[in-house]
Design a protein around this ligand. Structure first.
Ligand code: SIN
Length: 524
């Protein structure tokens, strides 16, 4: 099915950022959404808490900006944060005006509290199923729009690059095995993060940083890759079952309890269980290290059965299926890799350093999160920068693009190369879990780099199969994370080094990678 139509917008990924961008872009031109996922189960669906938005009584733009900057540990892009918070209100209002129903109490929006927020400002839907509710709502809307075409179960193989522009993508139809090219005046990556590179993570299997690695191959700048955010409270079980226990549960008053049965967060931060995520994750890591177990506990029993079942029914049901009744029992938890703070460097409109290539949502580094994302700012970022990118990209409508000669003949994919990719991913998961965890050090990071280099040397000749190119991209992504973590010789936010435990003014800025070089951009 080689498709000769040139779309105005090609959006890769069908999470909240991709869907909201598509919804906006369709006001201007034709849109193709390409998604790897068959049943539309993406990262945004798994987001529980909600959307942080300064719409509640007693809240203000200034207060939300201040909490975001404080949590970002000094290196947020202040202008981007202002845009996020101000336009976030408009975007959430637009969702409401279009029919999205958020939870209310006594006729008013029922804002939740999460770590690092000084106010109750997290708007949610269906209790702690906000990601699923909002994404499903937008998915249904987008499916009805005539100039949007949806292509599911389609794997992007690479970006079609011409000189310093991107002209589209090459894809693999996961059902028929067919390889195709799609062209567009604007390619918008909304592919999510990379945390499935860790064994214990809260992401779907698809989250392997494909957007970042493809953009890197196309010559785009990537930034802040050392900041991998660990969620403090993911369910722990010996069998490996893992699911998120939303910060909102702590927001309603749940406590953390160590293996001695003691609360401990007051030893680490004045905000206790509601300290920013980097602090809580590190504190839990320290408490686990002091014990002979691999987990500690979250105690939600005192919240009461009605409140738990009303507000957190999905979490209650997940835990019950694992044999834990959270209304009467402690929940075993441990941190898990959760969110890629860094990504493809963009401007305030989602534009990358490569022509006609945009990045939105978790795959992007807009600068709003600094070194540590404030809870529930991620869905807000998807909306605000999804909309901005669509509006900016609409300026390219009508322009001529340079479509290169098709070279699909060299694109073949075998079961062998796919298996090879999966084996390498599994090896990377072990390397990252052992050597690039919550607390890093130079020796472990160097070991990780050596192991990645060995995997790269073992990669079969790329020309023979396009999935080997994907594997090379994955290894490049892994290398970029480790090299960035080695570069930043300090502890800041989601990047903690046992050999450099303090903040350093030398690292007041960003680690940026382009092709194979690395540079530091200081903030003035
Ligand atoms: C949560 O509900 O704790 C996760 C939401 C987020 O990552 O901001």
């Amino acid at each position: 099915m080689t498709n000769n139509k040139t779309y105005d917008f090609l959006i890769v990924g069908s999470g909240l950022a991709g869907l909201f961008a598509a919804y906006q872009a369709a006001k201007y031109g034709s849109v193709l959404i390409v998604s790897k996922i068959k049943e539309n189960k993406i990262n945004s669906w798994l987001a529980q808490g909600g959307i942080a938005v300064a719409m509640g009584e007693g809240d203000s733009i200034g207060s939300h900006v201040e909490d975001t900057l404080k949590t970002g540990r000094g290196i947020c892009n202040k202008e981007a944060v202002k845009v996020l918070v101000e336009e976030g209100i408009e975007c959430v209002q637009e969702l409401i005006d279009t029919g999205m129903k958020f939870d209310k109490k006594n006729g008013k929006y029922n804002f939740g509290l999460e770590g690092g927020h000084s106010k109750r400002r997290v708007i949610h839907a269906h209790g702690s199923s906000t990601g699923e509710a909002v994404t499903r709502f937008l998915y249904d809307k987008v499916k009805e729009i005539a100039n949007i075409t949806f292509l599911h179960h389609t794997q992007v193989l690479d970006l079609i690059s011409t000189k310093d522009e991107v002209a589209g993508i090459n894809t693999l139809d996961m059902e028929s095995g067919e390889v195709n090219s799609f062209y567009s005046r604007n390619t918008i990556l909304a592919t999510g993060g990379y945390n499935n590179i860790y064994l214990r993570n809260t992401n779907p299997n698809a989250a392997v940083g494909e957007g970042i690695s493809m953009a890197l191959s196309a010559g785009a700048e990537i930034r802040d890759m050392e900041f991998t955010q660990f969620h403090p409270t993911a369910f722990y079980s010996e069998s490996g079952t893992i699911f998120l226990i939303s910060e909102a549960v702590r927001g309603e008053g749940a406590y953390l309890i160590n293996s001695k049965g003691e609360r401990f967060m007051s030893n680490y931060h004045e905000m206790e269980e509601l300290a920013p995520r980097d602090v809580v994750a590190k504190a839990i890591f320290e408490e686990i290290k002091k014990s002979d177990k691999k987990f500690i506990y979250l105690d939600a029993r005192h919240l009461g059965e009605t409140s738990i079942k009303d507000n957190f029914s999905n979490i209650y049901n997940f835990a019950l299926a694992e044999g834990i009744d959270m209304t009467s029992e402690l929940i075993p938890i441990a941190p898990a890799a959760h969110y890629s703070v860094g990504g493809i460097k963009t401007d305030l409109f989602g534009a990358t350093s490569v022509g006609r290539l945009f990045a939105i949502g978790e795959v992007a580094s807009t600068g709003v999160h600094g070194a540590n994302r404030l809870a529930s700012n991620s869905l807000l970022e998807c909306l605000v920068f999804g909309r901005r990118a669509a509006v900016k990209a609409s300026e390219n409508i009508g322009s001529e693009i340079n479509i290169p000669e098709s070279d699909l003949i060299q694109y073949k994919v075998s079961d062998f190369s796919m298996q090879h990719y999966n084996i390498t991913l599994h090896k990377l998961q072990r390397i990252f879990t052992e050597k690039v965890g919550i607390i890093r050090n130079e020796d472990d990071l160097n070991d990780a780099l050596t192991e990645i280099e060995i995997l790269s040397e073992q990669l079969p000749a790329m020309s023979s199969d396009s999935f080997f190119r994907k594997e090379r991209d994955l290894l490049n992504l892994a290398e970029s994370i480790v090299r960035s973590a080695l570069y930043r010789k300090e502890s800041r936010g989601a990047h903690q080094r046992s050999d450099h435990p303090d903040l350093s003014s030398k690292f007041y800025g960003h680690v940026v990678l382009i092709n194979s070089s690395i540079k530091f951009e200081k903030i003035d």
